[in-house]
Design a protein around this ligand. Structure first.
Ligand SMILES: [Zn+2]
Length: 309
């Protein structure tokens, strides 16, 4: 089903719910689309158990048709981003309370081996050079985000192994696996300070006050300059109208300040089959001054050394 672009580069990003592709790494996707990279978003669940987070949309007819509406929102967002997108067909696990069991049959209740099967088939069909997903923590403690990490790592490895999932197509080894470092404490802190210095009211202080200032667990190995695509990112976010309230939270800070003080989206290179310099996750947290990549396809383009600074 995918038309292969001979010699072209392909990027696959794996997300839990519709809207996650627009809140984490969306400007990166738009930047690579602008460069002619073939970008595919895999969305593990339909977001069926999400809440309506925008008061203006919180109406009975919206709550009663959330599955359909979230599909329509996803279709609008993928048009805006210029990406292809495919649902993997699992059901949202919701956010169970501390002692609540997972709903029966939901995504996070599957075995990793079963849940990874559609993604293995997709990787073998699309043949991405680069795969992006969440780190072990899921980025935040939603069971679908943690499961998405497990499934993406399993599929990244298994897709290359001819003995695994033999019915799912010809083996394909993606060259690199990255984890998002989006919405880090450092990002909030930098924006909060920049806004405060400029006399712009910041709502981030309260969040930062309750967030321990411990060193990040994963090194920033890769920074993608994408401030030119922030407007596309924002439009894609707003297309998920049930999930985002205009002017609040992530939508609140001035974009010119963000472009000035944090014009990148950042990543941790977790696995690499490119050269020796980037052998999987070798960089240590805090060592980001050494050879930060500026391109997810560094080492994969004609001419080595490109995309490093
Ligand atoms: Zn999500």
């Amino acid at each position: 089903m995918f038309t292969q672009h001979p010699g072209g580069l392909r990027l696959l990003t794996v997300h839990a719910h519709p809207d996650d592709e627009s809140s984490k790494g969306a400007a990166t996707l738009a930047r690579y689309v602008a460069e002619g990279v073939d970008v595919l978003v895999a969305t593990c669940t339909g977001g069926e158990r999400g809440s309506v987070l925008n008061p203006a949309m919180d109406r009975p007819e919206v709550r009663g048709n959330l599955t359909r509406i979230r599909r329509e929102e996803m279709a609008a967002a993928r048009e805006i981003l210029g990406v292809r997108q495919q649902f993997l067909g699992f059901v949202d696990s919701g956010m169970p309370g501390p002692d609540e069991p997972l709903p029966e049959g939901c995504f996070a209740a599957q075995s990793v081996e079963v849940a990874a099967a559609p993604l293995v088939a997709l990787i073998r069909e699309f043949r991405p050079h680069v795969v992006i997903t969440y780190d072990e923590t899921g980025g935040y403690p939603h069971p679908d985000h943690v499961m998405t990490h497990q499934v993406a790592v399993e599929a990244f490895e298994a897709a290359a192994d001819p003995k695994r999932y033999p019915e799912a197509g010809e083996p394909w080894q993606a060259a690199k696996l990255y984890y998002h470092l989006a919405l880090s404490r450092a990002w909030f802190q930098t924006l909060h300070e920049a806004m405060t210095e400029r006399g712009v009211p910041s709502a981030m202080g309260e969040l930062l006050a309750g967030w321990p200032d411990t060193p990040p667990a994963l090194a920033t190995t890769t920074r993608i300059a994408c401030s030119e695509q922030f407007a596309i990112r924002d439009a894609a976010m707003l297309a998920h109208a049930t999930q985002v309230e205009p002017g609040v939270a992530f939508m609140a800070h001035p974009r010119d300040v963000e472009s000035e003080v944090w014009p990148t989206e950042d990543y941790h290179l977790a696995r690499s089959f490119v050269g020796e310099a980037w052998a999987g996750g070798a960089a240590e947290a805090g060592s980001e001054s050494v050879g930060v990549e500026t391109d997810l396809f560094a080492g994969l383009r004609a001419g080595s050394g490109e995309g490093m600074e």
